[in-house]
Design a protein around this ligand. Structure first.
Ligand code: IDP
Length: 140
């Protein structure tokens, strides 16, 4: 049996997660799962990068609020690697709405509000490639 191909995904501990001191909790959960850190940087996003990152939501009513939130303080950007890393991290994160996210997931255990839901994880190989290149051009 050949080793599974490693895949990379972009993970963000959003400003609410950093402000609440949940960086260690999130990193601990993904490392415990077996995912490996490839890059990490604490930074406050510019409006331009935030709008590019969430470009698919540009027409949604919550877009302005989402950009304010994601630029409102430092976040931790991570590139994480492992077999099926995209799906694996999305499973760890849980549903977008933390009230609907299952217990045992990051959002299910630690959040209540749909916007302030602690983490982001790329949702497809195409998004992961685009997002890794946006946050870490040297890895793109
Ligand atoms: P995801 O982060 O689970 O992939 P998306 O639907 O791509 O979810 O939404 C991106 C982010 O936009 C969410 O993580 C959340 O922070 C925010 N968001 C999504 N839906 C709403 C909403 O209805 N109201 C406010 N914020 C929302």
């Amino acid at each position: 049996m050949s080793a599974p191909t490693a895949e990379r995904t972009l993970v963000l501990v959003k400003p609410d997660g950093v402000a609440r001191g949940l960086v260690g909790e999130v990193v601990s959960r993904l490392e415990a799962k077996g995912l490996r850190l490839v890059a990490a940087e604490l930074r406050t996003l510019t409006r331009d990068v935030a709008e590019q990152h969430y470009a698919e939501h540009r027409e949604r009513p919550f877009f302005g609020s989402l950009v304010e939130f994601i630029t409102g303080g430092p976040l931790l950007a991570l590139v994480v690697e492992g077999p099926r890393a995209i799906e694996a991290f999305r499973a760890l994160a849980g549903a977008t709405d933390p009230v609907k996210a299952g217990p045992g997931t990051i959002r299910g255990d630690l959040a209540l509000e749909v916007q302030n839901n602690i983490v982001h994880g790329s949702d497809s190989p195409e998004s992961a490639a685009r997002e890794v290149a946006l946050f870490f051009p040297a890895l793109g």
